[in-house]
Design a protein around this ligand. Structure first.
Ligand SMILES: [Zn+2]
Length: 414
């Protein structure tokens, strides 16, 4: 055994290295600031981190050396404050990517997602989901691996979004009610095995699709700046919820928090696969809208698209309007209960719920206000989700997290 070994190379770049030694702990926070659009310039970065200009400069230079950001020392006049403009920081256009995968009731999709929640490439969604999760995950990972070969991008890891609660720490899909998968399937392990088999390096993660949508919206979309963010959304079937507290997903003691789909909103309502009756899951999802409006769901496109199209194109039809109002009332009842319990500072709605909000925002806000314990709860902002493919972007966030926590450790292996 030798004495204390310094793993760092000696020699070149000593001054910047010395500054970086002091600033290494700031690399992750700095990257997160640029990643979430909160540090567009080096001056803002310096102020946000509370470090010296020299340290902020060394930190930005190291992130640039890792291929994650670009530092533009001569920004155009458009960047301009008066006086000397600060160096502009932007995410590298050709930087690494995360492989993101999503499985839902009507198929699956693979994508490559860079920092900033930018979707770099997607593989066309498949239309059927096999009853064997290993087959489905093998196919979606293969589609992602093909995208990596086509683009030649470095991959930092992989994330998977599934329409099921994912029990921790084992990563089991506990209730894939709208897939033919067995309950309790070890999806994270299967996904990680598929990722390894495809020759993709980096860690693999899996989580519930609405949790991931909420995480993505908090960092890059309608949830930015919120402290207690409640997200409620339909997938292609069913309803899910998520809560982001101080920037972190609240997942409960074993990953199962915010299963809002099984709130009772209509005691006389439809039987639910959970064994109860009148749950949000069966009273306010795409299938519920179609059947309440007297429409027979067709097989040609997803139920979510059929339901969204019905609201957007046939709202003049009294049967469609009545059905929409019934769903808005049930959704509002569920949201009011959640507001009373969770006291969020913002609610964001995704999937069909986003379209219901767009269709009649006053009605939804009025139901939530009427049914909340405190009148002021009616003042909680209710906003539509803004990101396309927010579950995919959230799945990528899982894979990006080790890099955001320690860029140098994750990418340079030091
Ligand atoms: Zn239920």
């Amino acid at each position: 055994m030798s004495g204390k070994a310094d793993p760092r190379p000696t020699g070149a770049g000593t001054t910047s290295r010395t500054r970086l030694d002091r600033g290494r702990g700031a690399l992750g926070p700095a990257l997160e600031l640029v990643h979430t659009g909160r540090a567009p310039t080096r001056a803002v970065l310096t102020a946000e981190l509370g470090v010296t200009r020299a340290t902020a400069g060394a930190v930005a230079a190291e992130l640039e050396a890792l291929g994650l950001i670009r530092v533009d020392a001569r920004p155009g006049a458009a960047a301009g404050s008066q006086g000397r403009p600060s160096h502009r920081l932007r995410l590298a256009d050709d930087g690494p990517v995360a492989l993101a995968a999503q499985v839902h009731a009507d198929g699956f999709r693979a994508a490559l997602v860079g920092l900033g929640g930018r979707i770099v490439a997607t593989a066309p969604g498949c239309e059927t989901v096999d009853a064997d999760p290993a087959k489905v995950l093998g196919s979606v990972v293969e589609a992602g691996a093909e995208l990596l070969r086509e683009t030649g991008r470095r991959c930092v890891g992989a994330g998977l979004a599934v329409p099921s609660a994912v029990a921790e720490p084992e990563g089991l899909a506990l209730n894939p009610l709208h897939l033919a998968w067995p309950a309790g399937a070890p999806v994270r392990e299967i996904f990680a095995e598929c990722v390894r088999a495809a020759g993709i390096t980096g860690p693999a993660f899996a989580a519930n699709d609405v949790n991931l949508a909420a995480l993505a919206e908090h960092r890059h979309g309608a949830g930015r700046g919120s402290r207690d963010l409640l997200c409620v959304a339909t997938g292609h079937r069913g309803v899910g919820g998520a809560l982001v507290l101080d920037g972190r997903l609240h997942s409960g003691s074993s990953g199962l928090a915010l299963e809002v789909g099984h709130l009772t909103v209509n005691p006389e309502g439809r039987p639910c696969h959970c064994g109860s009756r009148g749950c949000l899951d069966v009273e306010a999802d795409p299938l519920a809208l179609l059947t309440t409006a007297g429409r027979a769901p067709g097989p040609e496109v997803s139920l979510l698209k059929q339901a969204n199209d019905l609201l957007r194109e046939e709202y003049d039809d009294p049967a469609v309007r009545t059905a929409a109002e019934a769903l808005i009332d049930r959704l509002g009842l569920g949201l009011a209960g959640l507001v009373n319990i969770l006291n969020p500072d913002r609610i964001i709605l995704g999937g069909l719920h986003r379209t219901l909000l767009d269709t009649d925002p006053e009605r939804l806000r009025a139901v939530v206000a009427d049914r909340s314990l405190w009148g002021r709860s009616g003042g909680v902002p209710i906003l539509p989700c803004t990101l396309d493919h927010n579950s995919l972007v959230g799945a990528a966030e899982l894979a990006w997290q080790p890099v955001l926590d320690d860029p140098l450790g994750a990418l340079a292996g030091s």
